[in-house]
Design a protein around this ligand. Structure first.
Ligand code: GUN
Ligand code: FE
Length: 416
């Protein structure tokens, strides 16, 4: 039994933070047993790690991030999505044919992810099986909960970053076979988005999903350009999400749709039917996509939400900053497009960043009994001028926090 004393903050439900000031948490084999205002008699005499006035929160989940784009963050942010992809991102991704380059970047990427308190992630690699294999093995060795995909692209892509349909399917099947036995970092199908995937590829991937029981991640109705391209390339569907449904990609495992900014009624009902996640990537939305997700509207429709850093469409890797920006964007949406687009509270954003996003990995993202003790210890964030409450400290951390404000990180009860 491991015991810790401090102040604990987590989401009780989607609009309420639970705050336990100066309390004790008991953790058994990495799983939370309970939080107590006074140390229960049965634990008397056991050692207690004291965090003082620091605050313990659940670690964050990033449900959409491109590991290979890590070297590109904060660059070419004044381009459109199409230019950004074709002129900068695709040439960078081509470099991952070199395993040595991949190892160097992926080591730095994973270190930064952990530094920023993201201990669970759904990650795009590139089309390269070997490079993506290095990434997933590294995460498995660290016992980080993750879904990692070898990307598929077999059309409308530059020659240096395009596979044949057969090659794409063959390499994907090998990737699945190599990593399906993992306990923590699991493979996921990753058709990049409809414009760069043929119908044959999508259908083939759907068959692999059914055969191996694996889910799918992609970019879904992310921009008006992408939405129009998707329907042009797949003329027999009514919407982007239906492409994936028709290919049999939605009923084999988790469904992760990045952005989901311009969904039709049909997109909504299909994503909801399969319990898929709509992943808001607030920085990326402002940098290269230009559209604001209808967060509160989607939640009211019963769609699961999560946040993604979308490195390098997004420039910052920490999910706490994305939670803050999601609140900001929701206020803009509510102001400019009122009617069904209520602004969200910080408590709601924190819930999405921890418990709701974490739900794709199992019991992570809370400090309730039965959840993994995947936790961050953060500074109280106070200055000498004004007292702030623990809940306010967490809000301030989301807005102005930095990795240095995270004083410890725990993964299944083990200090990192
Ligand atoms: N759509 C297709 N590929 C990408 C990508 O790498 N990033 C973003 N933000 N959108 C995409
Ligand atoms: Fe993306």
């Amino acid at each position: 039994m491991d015991l810790y004393r401090g102040t604990f903050v987590y989401s009780k439900d989607r609009d309420t933070l639970a705050v336990h000031e100066n309390s004790y948490i008991a953790v058994e084999e990495g799983i939370v047993v309970g939080i107590y205002p006074v140390l229960p008699e049965k634990f008397a005499g056991l050692p207690v790690t004291d965090f003082g006035d620091n605050i313990v929160i659940p670690a964050f989940s990033d449900l959409h991030v491109h590991a290979p784009q890590y070297p590109q963050r904060g660059l070419q942010m004044d381009k459109t999505l199409y230019e950004w992809l074709n002129d900068y991102t695709f040439p960078l991704e081509a470099k991952y044919a070199d395993p040595e380059f991949a190892r160097a970047v992926y080591d730095a990427f994973v270190a930064d992810l952990i530094l920023n308190g993201t201990l669970h992630a759904v990650i795009f690699g590139t089309i390269h099986r070997e490079a993506t294999g290095y990434l997933i093995r590294k995460l498995e060795t660290l016992s980080l909960n993750a879904f990692v995909g070898k990307v598929n692209m077999d059309t409308a892509s530059p020659e240096y970053l395009c596979e044949s349909t057969e090659e794409s399917l063959r390499e994907t099947e090998l990737f699945l076979e190599e990593h399906l036995g993992n306990h923590f970092a699991k493979p996921i199908l990753t058709p990049r988005f409809a414009p760069t995937c043929t119908k044959e590829l999508m259908t083939g991937l759907g068959k692999l999903g059914a055969k191996y029981g694996v889910g799918v991640q992609t970019h879904l109705v992310e921009s008006l350009w992408e939405e129009a391209e998707a329907r042009r390339c797949f003329p027999d569907v009514s919407c982007d999400t239906e492409i994936y449904e028709k290919a049999g990609l939605l009923d084999n495992g988790p469904v992760i749709g990045a952005h989901f900014i311009f969904p039709s009624e049909n997109d909504l009902s299909i994503l909801k039917k399969y319990g898929g996640y709509a992943v808001q990537c607030p920085d990326a939305t402002v940098n290269v996509i230009a559209g604001i997700m209808r967060t509160s509207f989607l939640q009211d429709q019963g769609i699961r939400l999560a946040y993604g850093s979308d490195i390098a469409g997004g420039h910052r890797i920490g999910i706490f900053g994305q939670a803050a920006k999601s609140v900001q964007l929701s206020k803009l949406k509510a102001f400019y497009e009122p009617g069904g687009n209520e602004a969200i509270s910080f408590a709601r954003a924190f819930y999405i960043a921890t418990k709701e996003g974490g739900s794709v990995f199992g019991n992570v993202g809370s400090l309730e009994p039965g959840y993994a003790f995947d936790a961050l210890v953060i500074r109280p964030m106070a200055d000498p001028f004004m007292e702030i409450s623990p809940a306010e400290a967490v809000e301030r951390f989301a807005y102005i926090g930095e990795p240095k404000d995270i004083t410890a990180r725990y993964l299944r009860g083990k200090k990192l």
